[in-house]
Design a binder for this molecule. Structure first.
Ligand SMILES: [Zn+2]
Length: 356
Protein backbone atom coordinates (compact mmCIF):
# COMPACT_ATOMS: atom_id res chain seq x y z
CA UNK A 1 0.00 0.00 0.00
CA UNK A 2 0.94 3.63 -0.35
CA UNK A 3 -0.66 6.90 -1.24
CA UNK A 4 -2.82 7.31 1.81
CA UNK A 5 -5.16 9.83 0.32
CA UNK A 6 -6.06 7.36 -2.37
CA UNK A 7 -6.71 4.68 0.23
CA UNK A 8 -8.96 7.03 2.18
CA UNK A 9 -10.84 7.87 -0.98
CA UNK A 10 -11.59 4.19 -1.41
CA UNK A 11 -12.23 3.65 2.28
CA UNK A 12 -15.99 3.78 1.90
CA UNK A 13 -15.83 0.87 -0.50
CA UNK A 14 -13.77 -1.05 2.01
CA UNK A 15 -16.26 -0.43 4.79
CA UNK A 16 -19.11 -1.69 2.61
CA UNK A 17 -17.19 -4.86 1.83
CA UNK A 18 -16.26 -5.31 5.47
CA UNK A 19 -19.92 -5.42 6.38
CA UNK A 20 -20.44 -8.20 3.86
CA UNK A 21 -17.59 -10.43 5.03
CA UNK A 22 -19.27 -13.49 6.49
CA UNK A 23 -16.50 -15.61 7.95
CA UNK A 24 -14.87 -14.62 11.22
CA UNK A 25 -13.09 -17.58 12.68
CA UNK A 26 -10.19 -16.18 14.56
CA UNK A 27 -9.72 -14.35 17.80
CA UNK A 28 -6.27 -13.98 19.14
CA UNK A 29 -5.48 -13.97 22.78
CA UNK A 30 -2.37 -16.00 22.91
CA UNK A 31 0.75 -16.17 20.80
CA UNK A 32 0.07 -19.78 19.92
CA UNK A 33 1.68 -22.92 21.28
CA UNK A 34 0.52 -21.94 24.75
CA UNK A 35 2.94 -19.05 25.14
CA UNK A 36 0.27 -16.96 26.88
CA UNK A 37 1.64 -13.89 25.14
CA UNK A 38 -0.28 -11.74 22.71
CA UNK A 39 1.23 -11.73 19.22
CA UNK A 40 2.13 -8.38 17.68
CA UNK A 41 3.35 -7.83 14.14
CA UNK A 42 4.61 -4.95 12.00
CA UNK A 43 3.72 -4.54 8.32
CA UNK A 44 6.19 -2.59 6.16
CA UNK A 45 5.03 -1.85 2.62
CA UNK A 46 6.76 -0.65 -0.56
CA UNK A 47 10.21 -2.06 0.26
CA UNK A 48 13.01 -2.16 -2.29
CA UNK A 49 16.48 -0.95 -3.18
CA UNK A 50 14.93 2.33 -4.41
CA UNK A 51 12.40 4.73 -2.88
CA UNK A 52 9.13 3.87 -4.66
CA UNK A 53 7.79 7.36 -3.96
CA UNK A 54 10.21 8.84 -6.50
CA UNK A 55 8.25 7.44 -9.44
CA UNK A 56 4.89 7.13 -7.69
CA UNK A 57 4.71 10.86 -6.96
CA UNK A 58 6.52 12.81 -9.68
CA UNK A 59 8.28 15.76 -8.08
CA UNK A 60 8.82 13.98 -4.76
CA UNK A 61 12.31 14.83 -3.64
CA UNK A 62 14.35 11.98 -2.20
CA UNK A 63 17.74 10.36 -2.68
CA UNK A 64 15.97 7.71 -4.72
CA UNK A 65 18.49 4.91 -4.32
CA UNK A 66 18.08 3.79 -0.71
CA UNK A 67 21.64 3.23 0.56
CA UNK A 68 22.35 -0.25 1.84
CA UNK A 69 23.75 1.38 4.97
CA UNK A 70 20.17 2.45 5.69
CA UNK A 71 18.83 -1.07 5.12
CA UNK A 72 21.52 -2.28 7.55
CA UNK A 73 20.26 0.22 10.14
CA UNK A 74 16.71 -1.09 9.66
CA UNK A 75 17.93 -4.67 10.16
CA UNK A 76 19.85 -3.64 13.28
CA UNK A 77 16.71 -2.01 14.73
CA UNK A 78 14.70 -5.17 14.11
CA UNK A 79 17.38 -7.23 15.83
CA UNK A 80 17.74 -4.86 18.77
CA UNK A 81 14.03 -5.05 19.65
CA UNK A 82 13.39 -8.53 18.23
CA UNK A 83 10.74 -7.09 15.90
CA UNK A 84 8.88 -9.39 13.50
CA UNK A 85 6.29 -8.82 10.81
CA UNK A 86 6.09 -8.51 7.04
CA UNK A 87 8.18 -6.59 4.54
CA UNK A 88 7.31 -5.99 0.90
CA UNK A 89 10.11 -6.53 -1.60
CA UNK A 90 8.89 -5.26 -4.96
CA UNK A 91 9.78 -7.78 -7.71
CA UNK A 92 9.90 -5.08 -10.43
CA UNK A 93 10.23 -1.86 -8.46
CA UNK A 94 8.91 1.23 -10.24
CA UNK A 95 9.03 -0.54 -13.65
CA UNK A 96 12.84 -0.48 -13.60
CA UNK A 97 13.28 -4.19 -14.37
CA UNK A 98 13.37 -7.45 -12.42
CA UNK A 99 15.28 -7.78 -9.17
CA UNK A 100 16.40 -11.28 -10.19
CA UNK A 101 18.09 -9.75 -13.26
CA UNK A 102 18.96 -6.05 -13.19
CA UNK A 103 17.34 -2.66 -12.72
CA UNK A 104 17.68 0.40 -14.93
CA UNK A 105 19.94 3.07 -13.42
CA UNK A 106 20.60 0.95 -10.30
CA UNK A 107 24.14 -0.42 -9.86
CA UNK A 108 24.07 -4.22 -9.76
CA UNK A 109 26.27 -4.17 -6.68
CA UNK A 110 23.67 -2.07 -4.86
CA UNK A 111 20.83 -4.41 -5.84
CA UNK A 112 22.75 -7.51 -4.77
CA UNK A 113 23.82 -5.89 -1.51
CA UNK A 114 20.23 -4.99 -0.72
CA UNK A 115 18.99 -8.53 -1.39
CA UNK A 116 21.76 -10.02 0.73
CA UNK A 117 20.74 -7.92 3.75
CA UNK A 118 17.10 -8.87 3.25
CA UNK A 119 17.93 -12.58 2.93
CA UNK A 120 20.37 -12.80 5.80
CA UNK A 121 19.09 -10.34 8.38
CA UNK A 122 15.46 -9.48 7.68
CA UNK A 123 13.75 -12.54 6.15
CA UNK A 124 14.44 -14.66 9.27
CA UNK A 125 12.03 -12.41 11.21
CA UNK A 126 9.91 -10.66 8.57
CA UNK A 127 7.78 -12.56 6.06
CA UNK A 128 8.50 -11.28 2.58
CA UNK A 129 5.75 -10.51 0.07
CA UNK A 130 5.56 -9.02 -3.37
CA UNK A 131 3.22 -6.03 -3.71
CA UNK A 132 2.05 -7.16 -7.15
CA UNK A 133 4.98 -6.50 -9.51
CA UNK A 134 5.77 -2.81 -9.93
CA UNK A 135 3.56 -0.78 -7.57
CA UNK A 136 3.14 1.42 -10.61
CA UNK A 137 2.18 0.62 -14.22
CA UNK A 138 0.92 -2.90 -14.90
CA UNK A 139 3.34 -5.20 -16.70
CA UNK A 140 2.17 -6.84 -19.90
CA UNK A 141 3.08 -10.51 -19.55
CA UNK A 142 2.90 -11.12 -23.30
CA UNK A 143 4.81 -8.13 -24.70
CA UNK A 144 7.11 -7.58 -21.73
CA UNK A 145 6.22 -3.88 -21.77
CA UNK A 146 4.57 -1.65 -19.20
CA UNK A 147 0.98 -0.62 -19.83
CA UNK A 148 -0.77 2.73 -19.59
CA UNK A 149 -2.67 1.56 -16.54
CA UNK A 150 -1.73 1.25 -12.88
CA UNK A 151 -1.87 -2.13 -11.19
CA UNK A 152 -4.95 -1.26 -9.12
CA UNK A 153 -6.99 -0.49 -12.25
CA UNK A 154 -5.46 -3.45 -14.08
CA UNK A 155 -6.61 -6.09 -11.57
CA UNK A 156 -10.16 -4.79 -11.64
CA UNK A 157 -10.56 -5.79 -15.27
CA UNK A 158 -7.96 -8.52 -15.86
CA UNK A 159 -9.26 -12.07 -16.38
CA UNK A 160 -8.59 -14.54 -13.55
CA UNK A 161 -6.00 -16.48 -15.57
CA UNK A 162 -3.98 -13.34 -16.23
CA UNK A 163 -4.00 -12.39 -12.56
CA UNK A 164 -2.79 -15.90 -11.66
CA UNK A 165 0.08 -15.63 -14.17
CA UNK A 166 0.95 -12.16 -12.88
CA UNK A 167 1.16 -13.37 -9.29
CA UNK A 168 3.11 -16.47 -10.36
CA UNK A 169 5.72 -14.19 -11.93
CA UNK A 170 5.88 -12.07 -8.75
CA UNK A 171 6.40 -15.17 -6.59
CA UNK A 172 8.89 -16.67 -9.04
CA UNK A 173 11.06 -13.55 -9.08
CA UNK A 174 11.23 -13.52 -5.27
CA UNK A 175 11.95 -17.25 -5.24
CA UNK A 176 14.77 -16.70 -7.74
CA UNK A 177 16.51 -14.29 -5.35
CA UNK A 178 16.13 -16.64 -2.39
CA UNK A 179 13.16 -14.91 -0.80
CA UNK A 180 10.19 -17.30 -0.68
CA UNK A 181 6.97 -15.28 -0.27
CA UNK A 182 4.43 -16.18 2.40
CA UNK A 183 1.61 -14.04 0.96
CA UNK A 184 0.99 -10.92 -1.08
CA UNK A 185 0.35 -7.22 -0.48
CA UNK A 186 -1.98 -4.95 -2.43
CA UNK A 187 -0.41 -1.85 -3.93
CA UNK A 188 -2.84 0.93 -2.86
CA UNK A 189 -6.27 -0.72 -2.54
CA UNK A 190 -5.75 -3.08 -5.44
CA UNK A 191 -8.30 -5.86 -5.56
CA UNK A 192 -10.78 -4.25 -3.20
CA UNK A 193 -13.51 -4.24 -5.85
CA UNK A 194 -12.74 -7.77 -7.13
CA UNK A 195 -11.75 -9.44 -3.91
CA UNK A 196 -13.01 -12.92 -4.72
CA UNK A 197 -11.01 -13.02 -7.96
CA UNK A 198 -8.01 -11.63 -6.09
CA UNK A 199 -8.17 -14.29 -3.37
CA UNK A 200 -8.68 -17.10 -5.86
CA UNK A 201 -5.80 -15.95 -8.07
CA UNK A 202 -3.58 -15.76 -5.00
CA UNK A 203 -4.54 -19.31 -3.97
CA UNK A 204 -3.73 -20.69 -7.43
CA UNK A 205 -0.49 -18.76 -7.91
CA UNK A 206 0.87 -19.45 -4.44
CA UNK A 207 0.05 -23.14 -4.82
CA UNK A 208 1.77 -23.31 -8.21
CA UNK A 209 5.01 -21.76 -6.98
CA UNK A 210 5.21 -22.96 -3.37
CA UNK A 211 2.53 -25.64 -2.83
CA UNK A 212 1.72 -24.30 0.64
CA UNK A 213 -1.63 -24.61 2.33
CA UNK A 214 -1.75 -21.22 4.02
CA UNK A 215 -1.46 -17.96 2.16
CA UNK A 216 -2.69 -14.48 2.93
CA UNK A 217 -3.00 -10.97 1.60
CA UNK A 218 -2.78 -7.53 3.11
CA UNK A 219 -5.38 -5.11 1.75
CA UNK A 220 -7.33 -3.49 4.61
CA UNK A 221 -6.26 -0.85 7.10
CA UNK A 222 -8.64 0.16 9.88
CA UNK A 223 -6.45 3.15 10.83
CA UNK A 224 -7.91 4.49 14.16
CA UNK A 225 -11.43 3.29 13.36
CA UNK A 226 -13.25 0.09 14.28
CA UNK A 227 -10.56 -2.64 14.21
CA UNK A 228 -10.86 -5.51 11.77
CA UNK A 229 -10.31 -9.25 12.23
CA UNK A 230 -8.52 -11.76 10.06
CA UNK A 231 -10.96 -13.51 7.75
CA UNK A 232 -10.76 -16.62 5.61
CA UNK A 233 -11.66 -15.36 2.14
CA UNK A 234 -11.09 -18.40 -0.04
CA UNK A 235 -10.50 -22.11 0.46
CA UNK A 236 -9.59 -25.06 -1.74
CA UNK A 237 -10.81 -27.95 0.44
CA UNK A 238 -9.34 -30.74 -1.73
CA UNK A 239 -5.83 -29.53 -1.03
CA UNK A 240 -6.54 -28.08 2.42
CA UNK A 241 -5.61 -24.59 1.27
CA UNK A 242 -6.87 -21.36 2.84
CA UNK A 243 -6.43 -17.71 1.89
CA UNK A 244 -6.67 -15.26 4.78
CA UNK A 245 -7.15 -11.49 4.65
CA UNK A 246 -4.93 -9.91 7.31
CA UNK A 247 -5.66 -6.29 8.25
CA UNK A 248 -3.49 -3.60 9.76
CA UNK A 249 -5.24 -2.14 12.78
CA UNK A 250 -3.46 1.21 12.93
CA UNK A 251 -2.44 3.81 10.35
CA UNK A 252 1.16 4.36 9.26
CA UNK A 253 2.08 6.47 12.25
CA UNK A 254 5.39 7.58 10.70
CA UNK A 255 3.83 8.85 7.45
CA UNK A 256 4.42 12.59 7.65
CA UNK A 257 6.23 13.63 4.47
CA UNK A 258 3.50 16.10 3.51
CA UNK A 259 4.12 18.22 6.60
CA UNK A 260 6.22 21.33 5.94
CA UNK A 261 8.55 21.46 8.92
CA UNK A 262 10.70 19.04 10.84
CA UNK A 263 9.14 20.04 14.17
CA UNK A 264 5.63 19.30 12.89
CA UNK A 265 6.75 15.90 11.64
CA UNK A 266 8.40 14.98 14.93
CA UNK A 267 5.36 16.20 16.84
CA UNK A 268 3.00 14.09 14.72
CA UNK A 269 5.11 10.97 15.18
CA UNK A 270 5.19 11.44 18.95
CA UNK A 271 1.48 12.12 19.09
CA UNK A 272 0.85 8.95 17.12
CA UNK A 273 3.09 6.88 19.38
CA UNK A 274 1.11 8.22 22.34
CA UNK A 275 -2.14 7.20 20.69
CA UNK A 276 -0.86 3.66 20.11
CA UNK A 277 0.73 3.17 23.51
CA UNK A 278 0.53 6.04 26.02
CA UNK A 279 3.45 6.33 28.42
CA UNK A 280 1.30 7.15 31.42
CA UNK A 281 -0.61 3.87 31.65
CA UNK A 282 -3.80 5.10 29.99
CA UNK A 283 -5.24 2.60 27.50
CA UNK A 284 -4.24 3.27 23.90
CA UNK A 285 -4.90 1.61 20.58
CA UNK A 286 -2.73 -1.44 21.29
CA UNK A 287 -4.47 -2.09 24.61
CA UNK A 288 -7.83 -1.70 22.88
CA UNK A 289 -6.84 -4.28 20.26
CA UNK A 290 -5.57 -6.75 22.85
CA UNK A 291 -8.68 -6.48 25.00
CA UNK A 292 -10.99 -6.83 22.01
CA UNK A 293 -9.12 -9.89 20.72
CA UNK A 294 -8.23 -8.08 17.48
CA UNK A 295 -4.99 -8.70 15.59
CA UNK A 296 -2.30 -6.38 16.93
CA UNK A 297 -0.91 -5.48 13.53
CA UNK A 298 0.90 -2.18 13.05
CA UNK A 299 1.77 -0.54 9.75
CA UNK A 300 4.44 1.56 8.16
CA UNK A 301 6.11 2.03 4.77
CA UNK A 302 9.69 1.77 3.57
CA UNK A 303 9.54 5.42 2.48
CA UNK A 304 8.23 6.44 5.91
CA UNK A 305 11.20 4.81 7.65
CA UNK A 306 13.59 6.27 5.06
CA UNK A 307 11.90 9.68 4.95
CA UNK A 308 13.79 11.31 2.09
CA UNK A 309 17.08 9.90 3.30
CA UNK A 310 16.80 11.26 6.86
CA UNK A 311 15.69 8.06 8.58
CA UNK A 312 13.08 10.01 10.55
CA UNK A 313 10.55 7.18 10.53
CA UNK A 314 13.18 4.68 11.62
CA UNK A 315 13.91 6.89 14.61
CA UNK A 316 10.18 6.89 15.27
CA UNK A 317 10.12 3.09 15.08
CA UNK A 318 12.93 2.93 17.65
CA UNK A 319 10.95 5.20 19.98
CA UNK A 320 7.81 3.10 19.47
CA UNK A 321 9.62 -0.19 20.09
CA UNK A 322 11.13 1.22 23.29
CA UNK A 323 7.70 2.42 24.45
CA UNK A 324 6.07 -0.94 23.72
CA UNK A 325 8.82 -2.73 25.62
CA UNK A 326 8.46 -0.39 28.59
CA UNK A 327 4.67 -0.58 28.82
CA UNK A 328 4.00 -4.20 27.85
CA UNK A 329 7.22 -5.93 28.91
CA UNK A 330 7.11 -9.63 28.15
CA UNK A 331 3.35 -9.83 27.66
CA UNK A 332 3.66 -9.29 23.89
CA UNK A 333 5.52 -11.45 21.42
CA UNK A 334 6.61 -10.13 18.01
CA UNK A 335 5.68 -12.64 15.30
CA UNK A 336 5.97 -12.88 11.51
CA UNK A 337 2.67 -11.97 9.89
CA UNK A 338 1.87 -15.57 8.89
CA UNK A 339 1.34 -16.34 12.55
CA UNK A 340 -1.34 -13.66 12.69
CA UNK A 341 -2.94 -15.10 9.52
CA UNK A 342 -2.95 -18.56 11.06
CA UNK A 343 -5.20 -17.38 13.91
CA UNK A 344 -8.08 -17.13 11.40
CA UNK A 345 -8.02 -20.87 10.81
CA UNK A 346 -10.28 -23.15 12.83
CA UNK A 347 -8.38 -24.68 15.74
CA UNK A 348 -6.90 -28.03 14.75
CA UNK A 349 -8.40 -27.85 11.28
CA UNK A 350 -5.87 -25.58 9.73
CA UNK A 351 -3.10 -26.32 7.33
CA UNK A 352 -0.31 -28.53 8.52
CA UNK A 353 3.21 -27.72 9.57
CA UNK A 354 4.52 -26.94 6.10
CA UNK A 355 4.41 -23.21 6.67
CA UNK A 356 6.87 -22.81 9.45
ZN1 LIG B 1 2.19 0.12 -1.18
Amino acid sequence: MALMSRRRMLGAAGAALAAAVPVVLGQQKSGGAGSGKTPISLIIDDGGPVDAMFYMHPGYETPWIVPNAFTERVAATFERFDLHGKLTVLPMPSCLGRIDKSLERVPQEHLEGFLKIIRERIAPRFDITPEFLTHLAAYDLKSGKYQHIFEDAWISRAPLEEVIDYFVLAFQILKNVGLPAQGITSPWNSGIDVEKKYAQALAEAHWKVYGKKLTWYFLYVSEWDQPRRCTVEYTVPERGQAVVSVPANAPDIFWCMELPTQSEKVELIHRNIDRLVPADGRPGRIRQLIEGGYPVVLLTHWQSLYHRGTGLGLEGLTALAERIQKVFGDSLRWVPLREIARTALPAGGGPGPDHG
